[in-house]
Design a protein around this ligand. Structure first.
Ligand code: SAM
Length: 216
């Protein structure tokens, strides 16, 4: 699995060649530490994008977080993107990061609860979420909201840690003295439910990520 038994997340282990504003350097340094222990977030994001692109029309991202996935997505598509998060402090990182990489012009940021997104039905051509479902208290409600907001024929991509991803994330967070939400795996149930709603679905697992793609 590529992870050492005792995890020592010492910052000294990371090459000091990172440049950029403090918040970005800190983020990159943490990700470099994770990479050393087998968790490569950038690879996971690229794997997800390789399965879910192309995305047409108006895109909704649920769970901006610090904007890693959003930045990568915005670099690949020319469409307008709306990105929502419940936490203004987290989303501020995403705003800074997308601005830093010059991809913020087409992104609208909003503070909204994934369980009550509030827009009228059928507003988006594509809805995507990356590594956020396990943070949402009722992911089923969030999933139903995503489906409600999709136009007929739209594309829904639900991406979250795979079993190996949760294993690594649990251990890495533990080594940092933190805890991380680790709910029971719901992908098969979500896939069955989406099929019952008339979606065609596909799933993939690699790079410690699980991808569920549903096309209306
Ligand atoms: C790990 S981050 C997402 C990472 C991001 N998608 C990326 O790949 O760069 C998870 C995010 O989900 C957000 N979140 C948790 N519950 C939420 C909810 N009910 N509605 C919207 N966002 C929520 C958290 O605030 C957090 O920013």
């Amino acid at each position: 699995m590529g992870i050492s038994k005792g995890i020592d997340l010492a910052v000294k282990d990371v090459p000091q060649k990172l440049a950029g504003p403090d918040w970005l350097v800190e983020m990159e340094r943490r990700e470099a530490l994770f990479r050393q222990h087998g968790f490569d977030m950038a690879a996971g994001i690229q794997f997800a994008l390789s399965k879910i692109l192309p995305l047409n029309g108006r895109i909704l991202e649920v769970g901006s977080g610090k904007g890693r996935f959003l930045t990568a997505l915005a670099r690949k598509v020319a469409n307008p993107i709306t990105s929502v998060d419940i936490d203004p402090a987290e989303q501020r990182f995403a705003i800074q990061q997308t601005a830093y990489y010059g991809v913020d012009a087409r992104i609208q940021f909003e503070i909204r609860d994934a369980e009550r997104l509030g827009w009228p039905a059928g507003r988006f051509d594509a809805v995507v979420t990356m590594n956020a479902m396990h943070h949402i208290p009722d992911p089923w409600r969030a999933l139903a909201e995503m489906v409600r907001l999709l136009k007929p024929g739209g594309k829904l991509a639900v991406c979250d840690f795979s079993a190996s991803g949760f294993y690594l994330m649990d251990r890495l967070q533990q080594a940092e003295g933190k805890t991380h939400p680790h709910p029971a795996r719901q992908f098969p149930a979500w896939q069955s439910w989406l099929r019952a709603q008339g979606f065609k679905t596909n799933t993939w697992v690699a790079q410690h990520e699980e991808i569920l793609l549903a096309q209306g």
